[in-house]
Ligand binder design. Structure first.
Ligand SMILES: *Cc1c(COP(=O)(O)O)cnc(C)c1O
Length: 405
C-alpha cells in the first residue's frame, strides 16, 4: 500500500488566479471561519448535518428575525422546497419577477408548473405590485388562480412587500420571497424574506455572505420547516430502518460549510456597510456624469447594495453599456450586464409575461460594477476612472484621484 504525503507543496494545490483582477463580488472571509471549521475537524463532524448546522440555523434565524430556518445545499434547493411546500405541481401557474437570476425560476419547471413573468417598477427594479394585481385579477376572472407568487428582492433591495403581500392575501395566493440577494436589507424595519410563507437565502460564493455554496429556507410556520427538513434528508420517516412514504431530496448543508457560515454571519452587518460604502463612493464619483443613473433606493427601507448597478444612456453618456463593460474588462475589471429578463431567455420564450418593457430597458442599459465588501479604495478609483474616461461627454470635467490618463 502506498502512503500519502500529508504535507503537499502549496503549489501542488493552489489554483492559479490573477492577483490584480478586480472581481464583481468575490468571497470575503473574516478569519473567524477557520476557528469554526477547525472545530468541525477536531470533532470529526465532517458530515451533512451536525452541530454547526443546528447552530447556523438558529443564529441565522435570530439575525434576520425569522422564527424557523433550515440550512440547505443551495438557494436553488430552497426555492424548490418552497414551491413544493406551497403545493406547486404539474399544470400550475407560478407568478414570478422576470428580472432575476434563473435560479428563481428553474424550480418551477422542476415541478412541471408554468412561470408567468411580472415586470419591474422603476422605483425599486422589483416586481410591480400593480402588474401583479392585474395578472391575478385576470386569472381570478378566468377561475384559475396561480398556486404561488415568487417575489425577488433584486441586487440587495426589497420589493414593495406590503403592497405585494396585500395583493396575494386578497386573492389567497401563497407568497414566496427570494431574498438570495438581499440579506441585510430592510423593508419598513423587517428583513426581506420574513413576510411571505417562506423566504429563501443563498450563500453562493458571490453573495453577501458565503459558505462556498449553500442556502437557507425560513418561515414563521414550524411545521413547514420541519417538513422541508424531512424532504431535504431523503424524506426519511421516523423508523430504525429506512422508511419512505414521500419523495425526498439530498438537499442538506454540510456541517463544514455551516461552520464557514457561522463565521460569516458574525460580520454580516460590516459586510453590508462595506457594500453600501462602495455604492456611496461610486455615486459620488460618477453621479454627475451625463447619462448615468444608479439603481434607486426605494423609500421603504435600506438597500444592502449587494451589487452596485447603474444604467447608461448612450446618447447622453457618449458610449453604451457594452463599450463600458469592455473598457473595464480590458483593465482586468469584471463587470456584468444586469440580469437578462427571464421572458427574453430562449428557455422561457413561450411563458406568458405581464409587461416587460422596464426589465428590457434595465437589461439593455444596465451594468453591475465591482461591489465586493473587500474592494479596496484603489480598485474603486480604478473602476470609476475607467467609466469616466469611456464617456465622450464631459468625462474629464471633474478628474478624480486615480484617473491619471
Ligand atoms: C443566487 C440566487 C439564487 C440561489 O442561488 P444558489 O447559487 O443556488 O445558492 C436564487 N435567486 C437569486 C435571485 C439569486 O441571485
Amino acid at each position: 500500500m502506498r502512503t500519502v504525503d500529508a504535507t503537499l507543496e502549496p503549489n501542488a494545490i493552489a489554483p492559479v488566479m490573477n492577483p490584480n483582477r478586480v472581481f464583481l463580488s468575490p468571497p470575503h472571509l473574516s478569519g473567524l471561519e477557520e476557528q469554526y471549521v477547525a472545530n468541525a475537524f477536531a470533532t470529526n463532524w465532517i458530515t451533512p448535518l451536525g452541530p454547526h448546522v443546528d447552530e447556523f440555523e438558529k443564529e441565522f434565524a435570530a439575525a434576520i428575525g425569522a422564527e424557523h430556518a433550515v440550512a440547505l445545499s443551495s438557494g436553488t434547493a430552497a426555492v424548490h422546497l418552497a414551491l413544493l411546500l406551497a403545493g406547486v405541481g404539474p399544470g400550475d401557474e407560478v407568478l414570478v419577477s422576470t428580472l432575476t437570476f434563473v435560479a428563481s425560476v428553474n424550480p418551477i419547471l422542476y415541478l412541471g408548473a408554468t412561470p408567468v413573468f411580472i415586470d419591474s417598477d422603476r422605483a425599486s427594479w422589483n416586481m410591480d405590485p400593480a402588474l401583479l394585481e392585474e395578472a391575478l385579477d385576470v386569472r381570478a376572472r378566468r377561475g384559475r388562480l396561480p398556486r404561488a407568487v415568487v417575489v425577488v428582492h433584486l441586487y440587495g433591495q426589497s420589493a414593495d412587500l406590503d403592497a405585494i403581500a396585500a395583493v396575494c392575501a386578497r386573492y389567497g395566493v401563497a407568497l414566496i420571497e427570494d431574498a438570495a440577494e438581499a440579506l441585510g436589507a430592510t423593508y419598513r424595519g423587517r428583513a426581506p424574506g420574513t413576510t411571505g410563507i417562506t423566504g429563501v437565502f443563498s450563500f453562493n460564493g458571490n453573495k453577501i455572505i458565503t459558505t462556498g455554496g449553500g442556502g437557507m429556507l425560513v418561515s414563521a410556520d414550524r411545521s413547514l420547516i420541519a417538513h422541508a427538513r424531512k424532504l431535504a434528508t431523503q424524506a426519511r420517516d421516523p423508523a430504525p430502518h429506512y422508511e419512505h412514504s414521500e419523495m425526498g431530496f439530498n438537499y442538506r448543508l454540510s456541517n463544514v460549510l455551516a461552520a464557514i457560515g457561522r463565521g460569516q454571519l458574525r460580520v454580516l452587518s460590516e459586510r453590508v456597510a462595506a457594500r453600501r460604502r462602495n455604492f456611496a463612493f461610486y455615486s459620488a464619483a460618477l453621479g454627475d456624469m451625463p447619462g448615468i443613473e444608479f439603481m434607486p433606493e426605494a423609500p421603504w427601507g435600506t438597500h444592502a447594495r449587494w451589487l452596485t448597478t447603474l444604467t447608461i444612456d448612450p446618447d447622453e453618456f457618449g458610449a453604451d453599456t457594452e463599450t463600458v463593460r469592455l473598457a473595464l474588462e480590458a483593465e482586468g475589471i469584471e463587470a456584468r450586464p444586469v440580469w437578462k429578463p427571464m421572458h427574453l431567455q430562449p428557455l422561457y420564450a413561450h411563458a406568458p409575461v405581464v409587461g416587460g418593457a422596464i426589465a428590457n430597458d434595465l437589461f439593455a442599459r444596465g451594468l453591475c460594477i465591482p461591489s465586493g465588501s473587500n474592494l479596496t479604495e484603489i480598485d474603486r478609483e480604478r473602476v470609476a476612472a475607467v467609466v469616466r474616461r469611456t464617456s465622450t461627454r464631459g468625462g474629464s470635467r471633474h478628474a478624480i484621484a486615480g484617473d491619471r490618463t
